[in-house]
Design a protein around this ligand. Sequence first.
Ligand code: 5IU
Length: 259
Amino acid sequence: MVKTYAERAEIFQNETARKLFQCIERKKSNLCVAVDVTRKTELLDIVDKVGPYICLLKTHVDVIEDFDEDLIVKLRALSESHDFMIFEDRKFADIGNTVALQYSSGIYKISSWAHITNAHTIPGEGIITGLAQIGKPLGRGLLLLAEMSSAGSLATGSYTDATVAMARKHKDFVIGFIAGRKLTGDDEDFIVMSPGVGLDVSGDALGQRYRTPEDVIVSSGSDIIIVGRGIYGNGRDVVKEAKRYRDAGWEAYLTRLGL
Ligand code: 5IU
C-alpha cells in the first residue's frame, strides 16, 4: 500500500520533513517551483504569483545580482503568507569544515532562512556531519544529490547506492534525495524530489532533460516535482502554468495511490 503524504508526515524524525508533508497535504500541492532569475523584484513578483500553488520554493540565491538582507525578509514573509517552505539549491560539495562555514556564514547565511538545502556526496560522509553541526540545532533538513536530470550525469549506479547508504546513517538530518525515482523501499521514509519536469518540451540546449509529472510521480514513485522554466519561462502566464503543474502533480499522486 502506498502511504499518503499525511501518513508519512507522522513518520519523519525530522521536523522540516514533517512540516513539508503537512503543507503538501494542506495545499494539495506537490509542486516545487525553481525560480532562477537574477533580479530581486522579478524573483519576488514570481514567488508572490506562484505562492498559493506550491509547497516549496527552490532558490539559487547566488544568481541574484541585487541580493540584500531585505530579499530574505520578503521571501520569509511570502513563505508565511502563502504557506510554503524554502529550499536553497546550494549543492554543497566541500569538506565538512568548509561547508559548515558556507552554510552558516558569508553574505547569504543560508542556514538562517532556508528550511532545506542539498549536498553532493562526492566528499564523503564528512559533508553531512559538517552541515548537520549547523543545520540540526535549527531543525533544518538536507537532501543528498543521488541522481541528476542532466544528460551524462555521473551520479548513477554505485554512486547513487552509496549516497542512499550515507542517508540511512543520518536520518535525523537527511530527509531525502534529489533523484529521478524512488530509491528506497516503502518501509523507509525519505522524500524524493525530481527536477527536470516539463509538459511542453523534452530538454534545453544545455543538457537538461524533461519528463512529465505523471512519469516522475506515477511510474518512478517520486514525491515532489521541481519545475522551473515550464512555469516562469518566456511569455508564459505564470499563474496559469503554476496551477497546471500543481494539478498535474496532484493528479499523478492520486493515480499513484490508486484513487
Ligand atoms: N536542477 C536540475 N537538475 C538536477 C538538479 C537541479 O535541473 O539534477 I540536482 C535544478 C536546476 C534548476 C532547476 O534550478 O532544477 C530546473 O529548472 P528548469 O525546470 O527551468 O530546467
